[in-house]
Design a protein around this ligand. Structure first.
Ligand SMILES: Nc1ncnc2c1ncn2[C@@H]1O[C@H](COP(=O)(O)OP(=O)(O)OP(=O)(O)O)[C@@H](O)[C@H]1O
Length: 376
């Protein structure tokens, strides 16, 4: 049995701007399905997950008793079709190991992994190659570009490996180059590009093979903040346009909140909380998560769906209308402008109202909204 943390309120709305595309396309069938996953480094690793005495040890005790490091400890989750699934945690928490296990770039020690219902651990080498080339493409922090090839040929490289003919792969590559904003640079070499532009080439190369899911391993952490922001917006835009499933590793909370439909927060190889940005910020599962999200501007993450209360008949009939996904910060503007509580409207129905007291309660971190309790 997996002990992964799954939030009870997982149907709550994400504050992420990427979430609507995700949900619109998001039939609930998972792309990846992971259960009871372990990755243990060290001597005779398979004994660790199988021995309750060893699994009960702290990471330091386990290391001194066995010489082993459990980089991933009994983790389970689904990645749903069309969502941006963020794996977040401090350095050494197990993010890279976990995501590399999904396509067996690292061999798991125990547990199950399925992609579209197919058992990844049972795949032979040919099937695995196919998985990595066609179905789950990885974008790394170090772009791994070929220095003597042009931008266009770097982007076409994955298609070349797939055996696509030259004319077709150049045409497809040119389309993707334009999509990531590199038009006009097709014939440059990677050395003639900035770091941000090189990362765009890496992204384009992964996109060119049209994979079902894109796996990002801290792709933007080497970029300066402005370019990083640019690239994050690029990812959100791509996600909106294409609804492609993405798994995104980061140690940056703001990046996680900006991009994630759902976030798995890792600590010492375990998922300590899995939920929407709003759930993680509004209802931290424990003190560790609470400390992690302490400085997040709550009003930019929490939505009026969480902050609202039931409306009286009079309130339901007037006042500015806002959608349930509206952030508290946006609603403050609407309420300040009209001077009346805002009605939270969905398909012509008034779900509730938010007044200035409730909105301020979220900002101040007090009241039911601040605790992430939804109105029935
Ligand atoms: N090949 C290996 N052999 C032994 N231990 C390893 C190996 N790879 C990773 N580890 C250990 O596993 C743990 C998780 O590492 P991992 O790289 O997955 O963390 P991470 O969260 O991705 O960190 P970072 O953000 O620094 O990349 C760490 O304690 C690391 O030292």
């Amino acid at each position: 049995m997996s002990t992964s943390a799954s939030s009870p309120a997982s149907s709550a709305v994400s504050a992420s701007s990427a979430s609507s595309a995700g949900r619109a396309r998001g039939a609930d069938s998972p792309v990846f399905s992971v259960d009871g996953l372990w990755k243990v480094f060290g001597p005779r690793p398979e004994r660790v997950p199988a021995d309750p005495e060893l699994t009960a040890l702290t990471p330091a005790e386990l290391r001194s008793r066995t010489g082993c490091t459990a980089a991933v400890r009994d983790v389970g989750f689904d990645v749903r079709k069309g969502e941006v699934f963020v794996v977040m945690g401090l350095s050494g928490s197990g993010k890279s190991t976990l995501v590399r296990c999904l396509t067996r770039l690292i061999e798991p020690t125990a547990g199950t992994i399925a992609i579209d219902g197919e058992d990844v651990r049972a795949m032979d080498r040919a099937r695995l190659r196919e998985l990595r080339r066609h179905r789950a493409a990885m974008v790394f922090q170090h772009f791994g570009l070929l220095p003597h090839r042009s931008v266009l040929d770097n982007v076409a490289y994955g298609l070349e490996i797939q055996g696509v003919g030259k004319a077709e792969r150049r045409e497809r590559a040119a389309g993707v180059v334009a999509k990531v904003g590199l038009e006009g640079m097709e014939h440059r070499r990677p050395g003639q590009l900035s770091g941000g532009q090189q990362q765009r080439v890496g992204l384009a190369r992964a996109l060119a093979v049209d994979p079902e899911v894109l796996l990002f391993d801290e792709p933007f952490s080497a970029l300066d903040p402005l370019i990083r922001r640019d690239m994050q917006e690029e990812v959100v835009r791509l996600h909106h346009d294409e609804g492609r499933t993405m798994v995104f590793i980061t140690h940056d909370l703001n990046e996680a909140l900006r991009l994630g439909d759902r976030i798995a927060l890792m600590r010492d190889g375990r998922i300590v909380q899995l939920g929407t940005p709003e759930e993680i910020v509004g209802s931290p599962a424990d003190d560790y998560v609470r400390e992690f999200v302490r400085d997040v501007p709550r009003e930019q993450v929490m939505t009026v769906r969480t902050a609202m209360r039931a409306a009286s008949a009079d309130e339901a009939a007037r006042g500015p209308a806002v959608a349930p996904e509206t952030t508290v910060s946006q609603a403050i503007e609407a309420v300040a402008r009209s001077g009346a509580p805002a009605r939270v409207m969905e398909k012509g129905r008034c779900l509730g109202v938010v007044d200035s007291a409730a909105l301020l309660g979220v900002v101040a971190g007090t009241g039911s909204a601040a605790r992430g309790e939804e109105v029935a």
